[in-house]
Design a binder for this molecule. Sequence first.
Ligand SMILES: Cc1ncc(COP(=O)(O)OP(=O)(O)O)c(N)n1
Ligand code: TZP
Ligand code: MG
Length: 213
Amino acid sequence: MPDVNVPPSSVRTIGRGLYLLTPDDTDTARLLARVSAVIDHAALLQYRNKRADAVLAREQVAALLPLCRERGVPLLVNDDWRLALACGTDGAHLGESDGDLRTARAALGEDAIIGASCYDSLATAEAAAAAGASYLAFGACFPSPTKPLARRATPELLSSAAGFGLPRVAIGGITPDNARIVIEAGADLVAVISGVFDAPDPAAAARAYRQAF
Ligand SMILES: Cc1ncc(COP(=O)(O)OP(=O)(O)O)c(N)n1
Ligand SMILES: Cc1ncsc1CCOP(=O)(O)O
Ligand SMILES: [Mg+2]
């Protein structure tokens, strides 16, 4: 069994490629099996489960962490940096309703990966960069089956965010076919839920995203 208290040297870097977000699955064993089948194609994994209460979320993060350590993939927690801290994950992803990034950075430490949602706003990106974000996420770039009402961002906006000097993440409705559009616009990572987890063959879909880079 991997020792979850000892992060491997590979976990603190943000690579390029597929940034997988978990589906809203309340069955922990099934979630683990679904993630296990695709994680080798991912550069980062985010635990995001809008159907989990606090107890289930903690159980699921604790179940995913040894898998992520074993495969050398950093694990981030969506929405809740305190859960990330309690479970010893590699970081957290914060949106506009998820608390203050500086507070999260102070609690999680300099080495933590803390991502920020910037939606369609360069002003939000500038503020997040100044507050110590590790990467900037823009989107939804395309209509998202998971979040149909998400604000939309253009590929041009992604290009305009190059000057912040931080990795750029594109999210929202990204498929293996349209991934090239955001990659050519400057995305270092494409963040995906349905394109992998709702695909007939999730591992083949995950591989296809990786090959788009
Ligand atoms: C990589 C990445 N980018 C954006 C989001 C969206 O975060 P948020 O706006 O807080 O919305 P929810 O995910 O909480 O619905 C994200 N989670 N990950
Ligand atoms: C969390 C989030 N934020 C903007 S779109 C989105 C959902 C992404 O899921 P999908 O890859 O299924 O569009
Ligand atoms: Mg959020």
